[in-house]
Write a protein that binds this ligand. Structure first.
Ligand code: NAD
Ligand code: UD1
Length: 336
């Protein structure tokens, strides 16, 4: 039976597909390329030296997606497909609600129709909103501060309600912290459109000379050096978390929720120093005002994922910086 990966050409999806192929899982990718490039699929084949089925389609289109369910025997869905830019979601909220929520409802309808009972959903630490207590455990209160975050929160509730109504489903809600890094081959990595919003792609674009300097958003937070602290997780470790979740679902656990993070918080300056080391020179930066909506500190308590599904991160901050830089250096224009 096959694993259907929605959004498998994207950043986290492509790394996860490699993990799945390396474990001899049968993979089907569905992607519309709304935020990725067809070349990602060639790179996956090159790295894994294995093939998979691919359908180019918008998963909101139920009639089209039904063909994928008709033509394949699907064991589990790993549902990455979604729009993910916080700032854009504030400007285009309805597009975000439509794309992220309708696609999930369409998937669930087809799962019911074809009796596919297992789904792993890409949630985010964003569902924790603003938390006073760190590290954050899975039972912390939930809230969202922007339309993107609300799509994640609503989809979590939709999947929880589905499970309450029908206990034959197995559902994993995976709350990712801050994924960074790239595949060590340098063939796939994060490929943002335009000027990056997130810290690491911004730093690598400074290093490659596309941007003049890093803006450090505030150095007056209550943290060890005054800059914001986050839980950065190597995308290959994160990808591995999906294998752990897949194996967990094979035990028929019902609905499970896990943080995927390292449990360690690094500041913006810690990250910059790691990149300086990877690049081999000091990258320019300026301290500027805080970014509205940012919080001082956010990192995971990953113990539940460790205890219940054996998930453990292996990569260090130096690995993350080295692999991000390797990807950027080899692909200055991403996959264009
Ligand atoms: P990404 O944009 O690189 O990948 C998403 C993929 O889904 C893209 O290839 C895009 O073309 C595809 N897609 C989007 N809507 C689609 C649709 N309607 N039909 C078919 N394909 C569609 O993003 P990513 O960083 O790989 O994130 C994957 C998932 O993880 C997303 O749901 C995202 O919200 C979530 N997430 C990401 C982060 C992060 O920092 N990257 C953090 C937390 C959660
Ligand atoms: C952001 C999103 C979050 C999403 C996550 C991963 C917001 C408010 N939150 O989280 O929903 O899940 O990305 O995609 O947008 N920083 C700088 N300079 C920069 C960029 C960032 O100093 O140019 C700092 C930020 O202030 C923060 C840290 O770097 O302290 C990380 O920022 P970022 O990579 O954008 O991730 P988050 O804000 O944690």
């Amino acid at each position: 039976m096959a694993i259907l990966v929605t959004g498998g050409a994207g950043y986290i999806g492509s790394h996860t597909v490699i993990e799945l192929l390396e474990k001899n899982e049968e993979v089907i990718i569905v992607d519309s390329f709304i935020n990725s490039k067809p070349e990602a699929l060639n790179r996956i084949r090159q790295i894994a030296n294995k093939d998979f089925k691919f359908y180019q389609m918008d998963i909101c289109d139920k009639d089209n997606l039904r063909k994928v369910f008709e033509e394949n025997d699907i064991e589990c869905i790993i549902h990455f497909a979604g729009l993910k830019a916080v700032g854009e979601s504030v400007k285009l909220p309805i597009e975000y609600y439509k794309n992220n929520i309708i696609s999930t409802l369409v998937l669930i309808d087809l799962m019911k129709e074809f009796k596919v009972k297992n789904i792993i959903f890409s949630s985010s630490a964003t569902v924790y909103g603003v938390q006073e207590i760190v590290p954050i455990k899975e039972d912390a209160s939930l809230s969202a501060t922007n339309p993107y975050g609300r799509t994640k929160l609503f989809i979590e509730y939709i999947l929880k309600d589905l499970y309450v109504a029908d206990k034959s489903f197995n559902i994993a809600l995976l709350r990712y912290f801050n994924p960074i890094g790239a595949h060590p081959s340098g063939l796939i990595g994060e490929d943002p459109n335009g000027i990056p919003n997130n810290l690491c792609p911004y730093i690598t674009q400074v290093a490659i000379g596309k941007l003049p300097y890093l803006n450090v958003f505030g150095n007056d937070y209550n943290t060890h050096d005054g800059t914001g602290v986050r839980d950065y997780i190597h995308v290959c470790d994160l990808a591995h978390g999906h294998l752990c979740a897949l194996n967990k679902l094979r035990e028929n656990p019902g609905l499970v929720i896990y943080n995927l993070g390292t449990g360690v918080g690094y500041s913006v300056l810690d990250i910059l120093h790691a990149f300086n080391k990877a690049v081999g020179r000091d990258l320019p930066y300026k301290i500027v005002d805080r970014r509205p909506g940012d919080i001082a500190t956010c990192y995971a308590d990953p113990t539940k994922a460790y205890k219940e599904m054996g998930f453990k991160t292996e990569k260090t901050l130096d690995d993350m910086a080295r692999d991000s830089w390797n990807w950027q250096k080899n692909n200055p224009n991403g996959l264009n």
